[in-house]
Structures are given as C-alpha cells and as structure tokens.
Design a protein around this ligand. Sequence first.
Ligand code: ATP
Ligand code: LTN
Length: 336
Amino acid sequence: MKNNKKTVLSGIQPSGELCIANYIGAMKNWIKIQEDYNSIFLIVDLHSITVSQVPSELRKRCYSYLCQYLAVGIDPEKSIIAIQSHIPEHLELMWILNTITPLGDLSRMTQFKDKTKKNKENINSGLFTYPVLMASDILLYNADLVPVGADQKQHLELTRNLAEKFNNKFSPTFSIPDPLIPERGSRIMSLQDPNSKMSKSDANLNNLISLLDDPDLIVRKIKRAVTDSKSEINYTNSKGLANLIDIYSSFSEKSIDEIEQFYIGKQYSDFKSDLGQIIIESLKPIQKKYSQIIKDKTYLDTILKNNSSKASQIARKTISKVYRKVGLVSKARLIY
Ligand code: ATP
Ligand code: LTN
C-alpha cells in the first residue's frame, strides 16, 4: 500500500452472530472511511478462542463473517479483509509486546474482568493477554485510526502506551493509533436488560438483533424490548427507551430531537413498530447480498487468499524491523 493515505484497522471476533451493536458501534464507520484510508478489517479468530468454541462452528462462522463484512459494504478491492490466524506475524509481535506489557495494566482491563465473571470455568491466560494480541493487530500495520465501540477504549489506550513505550525504549517504529468511536451508538444496550451492553455472544438471543435475523423475529424482539410505563417518547424516560431511540437514530440518520418531535402524541407501540420496520429495511440489502455470496466458497477463498497475502507483506516488514530493533539475529543474513 504505497500511497499517502493513513491506515485504518479494526477487527471483530467470530464469537456469535454479528449483531446490530457491532454494526452501529464499529462496522458503519468502517464503510464510511474505507475510501479515504488504507483499510484492514480482520476476523480475529485467535481472539475468539479465549472462550470455549465448537471447532466446526467457528470455521463456518469465519466464512459467515467474511460474507457479512462484504454484505455491509466492505469492498475487497479497496480494503484488506483477512482472517487473523492466516498471518502468523500477529503472534510474533504479540510475544515482543508481552515483554514490555506490565501485568498490572492487564489486570485492570474491564473486558477481562467481565469475561472472567461470565466464564468462571475457563479463566485462561489467553483471556488475560488478549489486549496484547489486539495491540499487535493494530501496531503490525501501523494503523493510525481504529474504529470501535466505546468498550474498546481501554484496550486502545494500552495499545498507545505500548507503542510509545517501544518507540522510546528502542527507536521510533510504531504510529500511535487513535480510536474512532461514534458519537451516538458507541454503547448499544441489551434489549431485555438495558443496564448491560448488547453482546453478540449473549446466550439469550432476545437481548440482541443479529444482522441475519428475519423480519418477524426483529418485530418480536423490538416489541418485547424493555422500556418503561411512561407515555411520551422522551430520551430521558428510561435507559431502555433511550437505547431504542439510539438504535432508531443510527439506522434512520435522524437526530434524537427529530425523533422525539415526530412521536409527540403517539404511542410507544407506534414507535416500536416503526423502529422494527426501519431495522428490517436497513438489513434487507445486507441479507440479500449475504445470501447471494455465502455459497460461493471459491469466490470467498479467492478473497481470503489475495487479501491475506497483501496483509502478510506489510506484516513481514514490520516484524523484521521489530526483531532487528530488539536485537534478534536476522535469519535473512544466513541465506547466501
Ligand atoms: P462478545 O459478546 O463475543 O464479546 P461483542 O458483541 O462484545 O462480542 P466484539 O467482537 O467484542 O463484540 O466487538 C466487535 C466490535 O463491536 C468492537 O468494535 C466493539 O467495540 C463493538 N461493540 C461491541 N458491543 C457493542 C455495543 N454494545 N455497542 C456498540 N459497539 C459495540
Ligand atoms: N478486542 C476487540 C476485537 C479486536 C480488535 C482488534 C478491534 C481484536 N483485535 C484490533 C480493533 C482492532 C473486541 O473485543 N471487540
């Protein structure tokens, strides 16, 4: 990628069905900026195995994610879409970064604390060092911008600290990446429990709307979403209603004010029924494109092959530089 454009990078772990929170919080921004940046969008499969997986489902899900990345509008000619495990340099850089990561920083990570609470039977060290792998994903490609939801802010701060630490300890090597977090919709909440965030790996599927949910299911889930017993559609009424208005605003591109004005004198049921339709209409083209390409394994494999070789070229350069800077003997000099 030899041009003057900056680099944007993001990733999602294939740990459940992609949901509207992932779309609103992260993917929507990916599509907006892919024209202006060198873009890399990863399916971070190595991250996803920090919680228990069913191997055959994980493999299938990676293809499904690839299709959904394409279906939401990522253009594989303009952006690199790759599976993290296809580029082993991610793990090589992770080891180097591990050696400069303070244990205390990792134990403060909110996602680690949340996930250990949920996975008491499988608190593994991968879950603990997870943010170092994420830092490697980002720094390997010298990303300048990382579009993510608000929950990833802390991981981004660690990444920036590690980049600065490495640059100071050795010599300037990594760009210092900035997060790109949407002003509204950066933390979409669960439909049944508006105090916790919507998560694609939630066991209760009524808490989330998946990008591939059919229209009837979407209508039902929105109808059942927890709100309150007030009568006016007002953002300040309750967390549940505010969350639905945020979702409405993100899909319709209307401001909160416009939405509140429009529903003056109308019922919650009117609002919910419109919201269901807005989501259905927004997801329709995505679902259509998805069903057109999901069966074309040859097409999908070609994308993976071409894109991961582009990613590997960048990754190899970074890792050689990093190995040299930390004092490892170059293998290249042995070839004569
Ligand atoms: P899991 O349940 O497996 O942890 P998740 O739904 O939390 O999954 P991630 O793979 O951790 O999703 O994150 C993918 C992207 O979606 C990240 O950029 C993350 O910040 C964003 N994201 C996740 N949940 C939300 C949310 N509730 N609101 C907005 N953005 C979100
Ligand atoms: N940690 C992130 C997923 C993730 C990521 C990344 C996001 C892994 N590597 C690189 C942005 C850039 C999460 O749990 N959502």
